[in-house]
Ligand binder design. Structure first.
Ligand code: PCA
Length: 242
């Protein structure tokens, strides 16, 4: 399985962003694995401009089976495999170009939501079997991570590309329920161990299915004439990054 990995630079109150650091560390891990990284991209935490290098790469290259995009999630969440991206930009936190968004559409002519075609349940179960807490999330927030995910899923759908995409929010610290000894900051090694488990699972399924490990019920356009879908999951911030 050939992969493109992306992470983000620091934003808002964060002096570091472990998503970018984890992408760099995973590149070293790949030599020992059934997956190969064809490219890594460190993106700026900016609406639209952050996604531009990924869309550019998708347009020019058909060398990757899967784009796995990482971002830092909010406090007290475990690792989250994101199922949906919403067609909205809405955050009280400005992006790294000092741009504030207040409910604008990402694409005026786009569906309200896009869904990854990947089957997430086996990946979540694989992580849990190895003792790593992980949830499937139905809400990637309405900040820059969601913006990237929506633009990538939308591009793949419009261009009928065969590449798959997955967004993973990684935690700042661990849930006490998982570690048993209170929350502690997550290290890059922690993230690498968890992401390696995700990528091994994806590679296994790509090998089993000849390149299309998709959920047959997923990837449909989610139509809605309203101003946006209801909150589908409680573990999200009301507005902004999550
Ligand atoms: N997390 C933010 C944007 C960049 C990042 O790492 C988010 O969840 O939208």
């Amino acid at each position: 399985m050939k992969l493109v990995l992306t992470g983000f630079d620091p934003f808002g109150p964060h002096e570091r962003n472990p998503s970018g650091e984890t992408v760099a560390a995973l590149a070293e891990e790949a030599a020992r694995r059934a997956w190969r990284i064809v490219d890594t991209l460190l993106l700026s935490t900016c609406f639209e401009a952050g996604a531009a290098p990924v869309l550019d790469r998708l347009s020019r290259n058909a060398d990757a089976d899967c784009y796995v995009m990482l971002g830092l999630g909010g406090r007290s969440h475990p690792m989250r495999l994101e199922r949906f991206a919403l067609n909205v930009m809405d955050s009280a936190l400005p992006d790294n170009a000092a741009v504030l968004r207040n409910g604008e559409r990402i694409r005026e002519d786009g569906p309200t939501a896009r869904e990854t075609a990947l089957d997430l349940a086996p990946l979540r179960d694989r992580l849990r079997t190895r003792g790593f807490e992980c949830v499937i999330s139905n809400h990637a927030g309405t900040y820059v991570c969601n913006d990237l995910y929506y633009r990538v899923l939308d591009h793949i759908a419009r261009e009928s590309l065969t590449a798959q995409a997955l967004f993973v929010h990684i935690p700042e610290s661990y849930d006490p329920a998982e570690t048993g000894d209170g929350a502690r900051p997550a290290t890059t090694r922690d993230h690498v161990d968890r992401l390696t488990t995700v990528l091994d699972g994806l590679a296994e399924r790509f090998a089993l299915t000849g390149g299309t490990p998709v959920d047959p019920a997923a990837g449909r356009i989610v139509p809605s004439p309203s101003r946006g879908p209801a909150e589908t999951q409680q573990e999200t911030s009301e507005r902004g990054w999550s």
